[in-house]
Structure formats: C-alpha cells, structure tokens
Design a protein around this ligand. Sequence first.
Ligand code: C2E
Ligand code: CA
Ligand code: CA
Length: 589
Amino acid sequence: MMFPAPAAWPLPFREACELVVEHLKREVPLASWSVTRYEGERQVHLYVQDDAYGQSDGDSYAWSDSFCQHMVAGVAPQIAPDAMAVPVYAAVGAGQAMRIGAYIGVPIRGANGELFGTLCGLDPERQPGSLHDHAPLLNLCATLLSQILHADHLRLEAIGREAELHWIAFHDPVTGLPNRAMFLDVLGRALAEVGRRHALSLMLIDLDDFTSVNDVFGHTTGDGLLAALSRRLRTGLTLADTLARLGGDQFALLTDAPDHVAKAETIRKAFDEPFLVAGIPVVLSASVGVTVVSRDAAAESVDALLARAGIALYRAKRTGKARSLHYEPAMTMRGTRDVLLREPLRAALESGAVEAYYQAITDLRTGRPVGFEALARWHHNGEPISPDVFIPIAARSGLLPALTERMFDLACAQTAAWSRELGHHDLRVGVNVPAECVGDPDLPDRVAEHLKRHALRPHQLTLEVTEEALLADLEAAAAVTHKLRELDVRIVLDDFGRGFSSLLHLQTLPLQSIKIDRGFILDVDTNPETRQFMRALRNLSRDLELVMVVEGVERQEQADTLRELGCTYVQGHLYGLPAPPGDIDVHGG
Ligand code: C2E
Ligand code: CA
Ligand code: CA
C-alpha cells in the first residue's frame, strides 16, 4: 500500500479523492472507482476512474437510479457480487438500464456525521469472491476522506472568518460602504488602468454643517442619518462606481462613467428630499469637489488626485457650500498658498515680522509730501509676499484685526517720530482698515489708545476704508465712523471708482476725503472723455467738501493733466514707491 505521506495531509478534498481512487484502482481489481456526492435528489461523481462505464467527473444520477442509495446507509462497506441480485434494487428495476455487476461501496460522512456521499467500485463483468478482503481498506479510505472533508470544512470556515475580518477591515460599519482603506486601494488600481478604460472622475462629497445634526440629535441618530443617506446615494450608481465613506461626514465616489455630470446630478438628487429624524424633517446638503482624469492623462498618483478633489471641495465650501465645483489649476495656487502661508503669517504677526512701508501723498502745488500711506509688507523665507496675496489670506484666516492693530501701532509710532523730526504736527498717515474692523464698536477705543501711546495728534491719522467695507454693515460702520470723528481722526473713502460706487449710500457717513482709484486716470492725459469724467469728479468732491487724492500716478503727463484739472493731492510711483521708513525723506520735494 502506498498512501500519501501523512505530512501531505490534510489535502484539499478533491486531491485526496484522486489519490484514494488511483490507489484503489491499483489495489482492488474493479473496472470503475469513483467518489460521489449526494446533492439533494441527485448523486454526482466528484472523481471517477472508469474503464467500463464511460462515466466522468460531474456526471450525475437521480437518487432513484443510484445503486448506492439502495446499498449504503450505514457505515460498513456494502458488497454485492452481483448487484442485480440485490432484492430492493432488482425490485425497482432501474438497474436494468445499466449492468452494474459487482459492487462495493462505503459511505463518506461529513464533519457532523451527515451523509456526504459514497466511495464505490463497480465492475460489469467480474464478481471476485475476494471483495470482502478489501473491505478494511475501503473503510480506511472512507475514514480518511471523511477526515479530510472535515479539515477542509474547518479551513473553509476559517476562510469565512477571514473574509469576515477582511470585510470589517475594509468597510464602514455604519453605512456598509467601503471605507477609506478600500477606496484608496480601488482608486490606486483604477489609476493604474487609466488609458485602458474610460476617463475617471473622483468626487469628494462632504456634508455641510453635519456637526450641528450630531449636536442636536446625538451620534446614534447621526449614524442613522448617514446610513439613510448612503442608501440614497447608492441608488443610481452602477457596478462601475465605487462609493465609499472616507470617515466622519465625508464620502467619495469614483466612477468611470463617461457622463460624470449625470453622476454628479445623481448625488445632488440624494439631497432633494429631507430626511426624517424622529419625525422631524432634516434637510441635508453637501459640498462636492470633482476632479477628472482623462484617458490620455500622464500617470498620476492617488495623493495628487485626492488633493485636487480636496482643493475643489475646499473651494466649494468657501464659496457658500451646497455646491459642486470642478478642480481648476488656479484653485491650487490659492488653496495651497492658504495652507502653506497661514501659520507663518500668524507667527509673523505675533513676532512683529510684518512691517510697514510708506508711500508719499504729494501736494502737486509744492511737490512735497503732505502725508504717507502705510502699506503692510511681509517677507517669508526671505521672499517678499505681495499684499494682494497675504491680505486675502489674513482675511480668510481671521488675522486681519491683528494685522490692522499692528499697522496702527507702527504707523502711529513712525509718524510721531517724523513729526518730532519736522517740528510740527501737520504730517498725516493713512492706515488701511478692512471691513472686519470698520464695524467693530471697540475700534474707536483702540485707535484712541494708539494715539495716546505714541503721542500722535488725532487729526494726523487717516483711516482708509473702502466702500465695500462700509456697506458690509452700513449701520455698524456709521456708528463706528461717527465715534472716530469725535476723536478727530479722519476717514477717507479708498479705491473710489473701483467696482460699484455710489456716494449717495455714503451721505450718512462722516467722510473727509476720497481716493480715486488708479483705474480712472490710466489715460487721463490722452482721452478727453476720461478727462471730462475727472473734472466731474473733482466738482463733485468740491461740492461735498471732500478732499480728493488721486492714486496710481505713474507718468508726468498724467500729473500735468491732473494739475490742469485742479486736482491737488496725488500718490503713485512717479512720486515714490512704498519704502521702509529708513529710506524716506519726510522733508521731500
Ligand atoms: P490700496 O489700499 O489701494 O493701496 C495702494 C496700492 O497701490 C499699493 O499696493 C501701492 O503700492 C499701489 N501703488 C501705489 N502707487 C502706484 C502706482 O503708481 N502704480 C501702481 N500700479 N500701483 C501703485 P500694495 O502695497 O501692493 O497693496 C495692495 C493692496 O493691499 C492695498 O491697496 C490694500 O488694499 C491692501 N493692503 C496693503 N497694506 C494693507 C494693510 O496694512 N491693511 C489692509 N487691510 N490692507 C492692506
Ligand atoms: Ca489704501
Ligand atoms: Ca487704494
């Protein structure tokens, strides 16, 4: 006898069948050996070694035709030298269809003793009297197969548990959706196949204000809501789409559907109807960032793709939520800049690294400076960062009040020093005051403090305020500006003519001066219409008793024309770039 070495056990059941049947074929002289399995009403050959009957693997017989059914019920091998002589089988008569002749069979039982099938041998011709001698071998083989079956069963169970653990590791228990780990895996594989498939689009879906839902209804309800939402999101998706919950209230959809606009629409629809929470209708909305990888795109990393969708999502949130935005390269600039510069800017403000440069406001009649505008300057890692970049970042990061305080402090200190140098208190300084501060009722007190600390006369300080800032909250701005006037500081309307302008709106505000935006005078020396317009503006400001300052004078011809028009105060590169205080000659001229 040559059984496989025990070390090879447990073999997968099929392999064991093959070995056992081949072994029996060599050891026991019958024409056909097979292992069969009972499947409901049928008996199926799992493995056949057949010289006489022409059976093959997978052939099946109905129970009623099966000789095994009539023979094998217990445990011991059943032996019939002539099957046709077995009374029950002969009575059924089905045996006539196939001459069985000699038969030996033994039941194979499963892990719990249930009947699994039969190990059996047949021979149409031979009826060896020695079949009984082989009964112990057959028994052994059947036991062996039972045990391997059992081991297989355990292994399958283990696979099942493993599959379950796998499922848990890669799915979100709340919604049943794939989780971040699985999504990243799917995304990575999809990216590797781009070019062979359609374009891909990635959408990051982030619920708006979901924390307030959790706060009001509790986390269990919040979870229920997320599950309900995921069911809605799933409808309308196909097998080509992967929807995942990345965590918290953020979902992601990867699709290679050619029409990703329609997909975005499907997502939007999920939010159309309110969700019922404890009988209360709750309306949810989401912001969506979308990025598309075209078929012919260069190889891209998962990180880069997620970052782009994230930037688009961030923009969607910033620009009012409940919307879907496609990524554009211009967004990267802003998004990345915000992220990279926010903390350094905060630190620079704290450490006093933000400086003030000064640009002269010149009297055209004398050519001398009557005052300066303080302009914020910031160097980061040795590089100058334009105020057009860092002022908006400060605004988005809530840093403008700190920046404004810093500028008041520097401008008051510097102007007080210059005044001592000049020996008079006529020199003025302008500080830009953004909307965030114009409506702040504490502003007048703080301004008074700065003036006092640096011994600057109030009339020397001018607050430069834009129309937009004043109109953001006209009532608050009116209250604050009137208080400032009581201090005797001056207020100038900055950037007049940029965007919408209506002095009528501002009649109620105590303005002393307007600054005409450089856009108004670009061609004042060559265009008669512009000249006419400037003349009208000059008349208007005279009538309203407002001092007019013209910004952005770069060429002598512009200055000459303005002088002819009766304008007095100018500011611009022609008279000096904004410069650090050390480079400035206050005596000027
Ligand atoms: P703004 O208040 O209108 O400041 C005038 C801007 O015009 C300055 O730009 C100045 O350098 C520039 N300028 C002056 N003369 C000329 C000229 O002849 N030609 C041209 N093309 N430009 C000229 P800057 O310093 O880059 O500041 C840009 C803007 O950033 C300012 O516009 C202001 O809105 C903001 N900003 C600057 N400093 C501060 C600050 O301390 N606080 C606040 N809230 N905003 C500031
Ligand atoms: Ca200004
Ligand atoms: Ca201006």
